[in-house]
Ligand binder design. Sequence first.
Ligand code: ADP
Length: 274
Amino acid sequence: MPKEKPELSDAMRAKMTRKTPMKNPINGTKFTIAISSAKGGVGKSTFATNLALALKQIGCKVGLLDADIYGPSIPKMFNINEKPKSDGQKLEPIVKYDIQCMSIGFLTDQQTPMIWRGPMVTSAIKTFTQKVNWKDLDFIIVDMPPGTGDTQLTFSQEIKMDGAIIVSTPQEVALLDVKRGIKMFDKLGVKILGLIDNMSYFTGDDGKKYKIFGEGGVKKTADEFKKEFLGEIPINPEIGKTGDDGKPIVESKPNHEISKIYLEFANKIKSTYL
Ligand code: ADP
């Protein structure tokens, strides 16, 4: 059994208990939804991009904000290579697949590592939320970095966040971090819409379901913390391939069985808010 990590550092706890400043909505949008994961590589960006595309497909106006400053994924997953225009005051989001997008990856060379300290990250997040010309959106989907760090704190404390979805794989080691993520959003007063079990099983050529990363762990964690379990997304090579090709599965194969799963999540979110 992996050893449980200490929950939150003292510095983090002190920051979180400081007087909460006024929370402003992101200009130009009705609702801001964070897609979060406690660990990297569990499929958070894949979920964020496909959810944004699914919401668009059911008639919502959607923005996608890549808040993963150290590891932006949207430029690759949406195959965007242009730089956003600026009028000296505000940045114009780049519109792709009818979605307004912004990412630090649009402003930097994709292969250059971001070596930034916390305050610089905070300032980049403020730019993306206050100085981007987001226009007439129903939802901004925010692809958060993994973990419980400065980005999560900046968002939760300064921006009106309408909900968070936590994506995890069913492995024990991922679930330990999920519990910390749940506690963080609870402490920061951000409503957790629910948990997603990604890569929950693989269906073999024999038609059998193989639970490669274990079984039922995400649902159990959701139950333990009285959060909603939103459902499972199986392992499917098409998900990875379409993401790598810059046109995620919901956009490139809207009738695929996997796309239908994302559409169900999108319908649920739409009916919760609109
Ligand atoms: P994160 O944002 O959590 O770091 P990514 O969304 O970048 O994770 O996903 C990590 C890798 O896993 C990517 O190569 C992605 O294509 C792949 N992936 C994500 N979800 C699935 C899935 N359900 N089935 C197959 N591959 C997946």
